[in-house]
Ligand binder design. Structure first.
Ligand code: FES
Length: 340
C-alpha cells in the first residue's frame, strides 16, 4: 500500500491543486512545501487559521495533538490542516480564494498613541506604524502583538481597516492577571513601541456583497465586525442589508455603542440589536446575541453570516443559523478565547 496520499485542495474560486502528502506529514506542511497558498499561522493547532473542510476521503488528527475545533465542527468535516494526516486520498475545500493568502505576514513596529478604557473590562488601544513599517490585512484578520519585555504574544483583530493605516485600533478585553492586560493597565503610555506581526487568519470579509449579512459579535468579538462594516461602508456601489447582533454579559461591559450608532447613519441598511445577559433596561435586549436572531432574519438564500466571540456563542449561532436556512458554506466564524 502506498504511503503517499494524493490530496486535492479546492479553493473557493474554483482552483483545485493536488499535493502528495507523505506518511507522517501534515497536509499543511506538504501544501506549504509545494508552495500552495494555504492560510496558516501557529502550525500547532491553536489558531484555527488553517481550517478546511474534508469533502472526500478520510483524514484524522495527528496522534497526541490537541486541536481547538469543536466536536461538532470535526464531525461536520472541519480539519486543522496543520494537524491533519490523510488516511486515504482526500479532497479538502478551503473557504477562501487561491489569492487570499497573498498578503504575507510581516513583523513591524508600532507606537502606542492612546490606551483608553471603554468599558469595565475593555480598553481601546490605538497604534501607529513606525515610519517605513507597513503591513496589510483584510477586515477580520488578526495581528499578533508582543507584550513589551516578554516573549508573550497575544492575538487581536483590528477594529480599524487597512484604509486607516498607518493607524491601527485594537479592542482588548482586560483579564485579571493577564500579561497584556497588566501591561496595558499599569505600564503602557504614548510612544511606547510594540512589535506586531501579521496578518493571520481565514476569518475575513468575503466578496459576497450585496447578499444580506448577519453579524453576531460577543464581547471584543465586535472588533473584526466593526472592521468589516467599515470596509463595506467604503466600498463603492450598493451596500448589503446588515444585521449586527452584539452582546456582553452586563451593561457596564458594553462598548463602542456610539461607534455603532454612527455607522447606522453611514450605512443605511445597517440594523442593530444590542443585548446583555443580565441587567437589561431601555433599548437593551435581555439575553445573548444569538437569542436576538429571529426566524424572519433569514429571508434570502444567499445570506452570509460572520460570527465572532466565545466558542459557545459560535456553536449556538452556527446551529441556529443553519436551522434558519443559512448554507453552512456561507457561515464564517472566529472563536475569541481569552488567554492568560
Ligand atoms: S496553523 Fe494554527 S491551527 Fe493550524
Amino acid at each position: 500500500m502506498s504511503s503517499v496520499r494524493n490530496v486535492i485542495l479546492s479553493f473557493s474560486n474554483g482552483i483545485a491543486t493536488s499535493v502528495a502528502v507523505q506518511q507522517g506529514e501534515s497536509v499543511l506542511d506538504a501544501a506549504l512545501a509545494a508552495g500552495l497558498p494555504v492560510l496558516h499561522q501557529c502550525r500547532s493547532g491553536s489558531c484555527s487559521s488553517c481550517t478546511a473542510k474534508l469533502v472526500e476521503g478520510r483524514a484524522g488528527t495527528r496522534a497526541g495533538a490537541s486541536s481547538t475545533l469543536l466536536r461538532s465542527e470535526f464531525e461536520a468535516g472541519d480539519r486543522l490542516l496543520c494537524l491533519t494526516e490523510p488516511e486515504t486520498d482526500c479532497t479538502f475545500a478551503l473557504n477562501y480564494a487561491s489569492d487570499a493568502a497573498t498578503a504575507q505576514a510581516v513583523t513591524a513596529h508600532a507606537f502606542v498613541d492612546s490606551v483608553e478604557m471603554v468599558a469595565s473590562n475593555v480598553v481601546r488601544v490605538t497604534l501607529e506604524l513606525a515610519e517605513g513599517a507597513w503591513l496589510d490585512f483584510k477586515p477580520g484578520q488578526f495581528l499578533q502583538v508582543r507584550v513589551p519585555g516578554t516573549d508573550v504574544t497575544r492575538s487581536y483583530s483590528p477594529s480599524s481597516t487597512a484604509a486607516d493605516l498607518p493607524k491601527i485600533e485594537l479592542l482588548v478585553r482586560i483579564l485579571e492577571d493577564g500579561v497584556m492586560s497588566t501591561w496595558l493597565q499599569e505600564r503602557a503610555k504614548p510612544d511606547d513601541v510594540l512589535e506586531i506581526e501579521g496578518p493571520f487568519g481565514r476569518f475575513f470579509l468575503r466578496e459576497k456583497v450585496p447578499a444580506p449579512h448577519i453579524m453576531v459579535a460577543g464581547g471584543t468579538g465586535l472588533a473584526p465586525i466593526l472592521s468589516m462594516i467599515d470596509t463595506i461602508r467604503r466600498k463603492p456601489g450598493r451596500k448589503p442589508p446588515i444585521l449586527l447582533s452584539f452582546g456582553c454579559a452586563t451593561p457596564d461591559q458594553l462598548f463602542c455603542l456610539d461607534d455603532i450608532e454612527l455607522r447606522k447613519h453611514w450605512v443605511s441598511g445597517l440594523a442593530t440589536r444590542i443585548s446583555v445577559d443580565r441587567g437589561a433596561s431601555g433599548d437593551l435586549l435581555s439575553g445573548n446575541p444569538v437569542d436576538a436572531i429571529r426566524e424572519d432574519d433569514v429571508t434570502h438564500g444567499e445570506t452570509v453570516a460572520y460570527l465572532c466571540g466565545p466558542p459557545r456563542m459560535i456553536e449556538a449561532a452556527t446551529h441556529k443559523l443553519k436551522h434558519l436556512g443559512l448554507r453552512p458554506e456561507n457561515i464564517y466564524a472566529e472563536q475569541f478565547a481569552p488567554s492568560n
